[in-house]
Design a protein around this ligand. Structure first.
Ligand code: TYD
Length: 137
C-alpha cells in the first residue's frame, strides 16, 4: 500500500505523485478504467516485467491479488491510497461501484507479450520466477 501525498484545504484536495519518489518506478503510461458494471470482473492476469500502481480516484473497487502463495483482498476507496503491484502478481478487480474511476500508472508501454492471461500458465511461470529471485514460494 502506498500513501499518496495529499494537500487539503477549504478549496478541496489535491494529490500529487512524483515518479521514483512517491512510487518505485518511472511512469511510462497512464490508463484509467471507467463505466464498469458491478458484476464485471477485470484483470485476470499477471505481468512478466511490468510494475504498476493502482489508485481508485472515485468510488470503490475491490482488488484481489495473489502472490504465488496467498490471496489478499484490498478495497480501494481513496484517491490518496495506491497499491503497488510488481511482476508475477496475479490481479483481479471486482465490485466496481457506480461512477468508480480506477487509474493505473505503469512502468512500460503497452505490450501484450508481457501479459500472462492463463492462471495455470501464471502458476508455472511464477514458481520459476520466484525460485530464480530466491523467494521461496
Ligand atoms: P486489459 O489489460 O485486458 O484490461 P483488463 O485487464 O482491465 O480487463 O485491456 C483491455 C483492452 O485494452 C485490450 O484490448 C488491450 C487494450 N489496452 C491497450 O491498448 N493499452 C493499454 O495500456 C491497456 C492497459 C489495454
Amino acid at each position: 500500500m502506498l500513501k499518496i501525498p495529499q494537500f487539503s484545504d477549504d478549496k478541496g484536495n489535491l494529490c500529487a505523485i512524483e515518479a521514483s519518489i512517491d512510487i518505485p518506478f518511472e511512469i511510462k503510461r497512464v490508463y484509467y478504467i471507467t463505466d464498469v458494471r458491478s458484476d464485471t470482473v477485470r484483470g485476470n492476469h499477471s505481468h512478466r516485467k511490468l510494475h504498476q500502481v493502482l489508485i481508485c480516484l472515485n468510488g470503490t473497487v475491490r482488488l484481489r491479488v495473489y502472490n504465488g502463495t496467498e490471496f489478499d483482498d484490498i478495497t480501494l476507496s481513496s484517491p490518496n491510497e495506491g497499491v503497488y503491484i510488481g511482476p508475477h502478481v496475479w490481479r483481479e478487480m471486482h465490485d466496481f461501484s457506480d461512477q468508480s474511476v480506477l487509474m493505473v500508472l505503469a512502468s512500460q508501454h503497452y505490450d501484450e507479450s508481457d501479459y500472462i492471461r492463463s492462471f495455470d500458465q501464471y502458476i508455472s511461470e511464477s514458481q520459476r520466477f520466484f525460485a530464480q529471485e530466491g523467494l521461496n514460494k
